[in-house]
Design a protein around this ligand. Sequence first.
Ligand code: PLP
Length: 333
Amino acid sequence: YSREDNPNRRALEHCLAALENGKEALILPSGMAVATAVVQGLEPGDHVIAPDDVYYGFRRIFAEMFSRWSLAVDYVDMTDIDAVGAAVRPSTRLIWIETPSNPLMHITDLDALGRIARAANAISVCDSTFATPVQQHPFDWKIDMVMHSTTKYIGGHSDVVGGALITKYDNYLFERVRRLQSHGGLVPSPFDCWLTLRGIDTLPYRVRAQSDSGVRIAAFLKDHPTVTAVHYPGLPGHLGHAVAARQMSGFGGMMSFQVRGSEAAAMKVAASVRIFTRATSLGGAHSLIEHRASVEGPGTKTPSDLLRLSIGLEHYEDLIADLNQALEAGCRP
Ligand code: PLP
């Protein structure tokens, strides 16, 4: 009975637990289902620390759903370790981390955050969606649980929505998510699990190619006269470069950049691309460009002149040529 168990789901769970060097995994119907289920496992009065630039969906579930649940949340700049330490309360039970972060590409020091969580008797969960198990192993750095939106790189073909929670060891939050799944019905379809597992066959090859192109495209953008900032941890000038170099084995295929001329210019650049597709989501075979602030809506912290790129499997020279012509079209007076 597939609410309780399913062979396709179980195969995917085993695969992801092995890829993360974890003990066990649970597969849920989306990345947000994982985040929601973890928070539902908390007790009234518990305190959560999350990154101030966390994926906007996380902030939204707290603002719209969990505001009725007597939970407290503090959003903290996690590039500032002292600020995270200062935010800890006796009631802190969950430290949610996202590295690299979406879309500002901030890097969080996993070792430092894992230590803070353990000292506080809180569980740390790292959203490792951008890094994938190919380029980052949070369990090597004292993190307790890892989550992925498998919708992205792990599925890899933009044709399935899913999420995974992987644990390093038995703990009550993981058990509560397990029960939410089997008793509460939080189940992915067996076909989606099969599609995701099939995507994993090519995961390391896709990620390495996308990461290799990412390094080249970020270098191109950095030198472009119409680009005012590039957010990519592979660039030596990036604030988190040293930490990323230590805890990741590559810098990935995600980046964002800001353009001269503000929002109107960013919109025009996005409108001028020919190979990149204007779409949300990320981690698939085709390159995507997105004006994040419009997707996130009012209250977003994302700058209005920022565009996010998900580098696909097209040739990097074609992608650079496409960005070059779009920047010329969008930013030249
Ligand atoms: N975490 C990150 C970093 C994401 O980028 C996303 C989606 O874009 C999610 C979580 C949510 O995943 P899903 O869309 O599978 O619910």
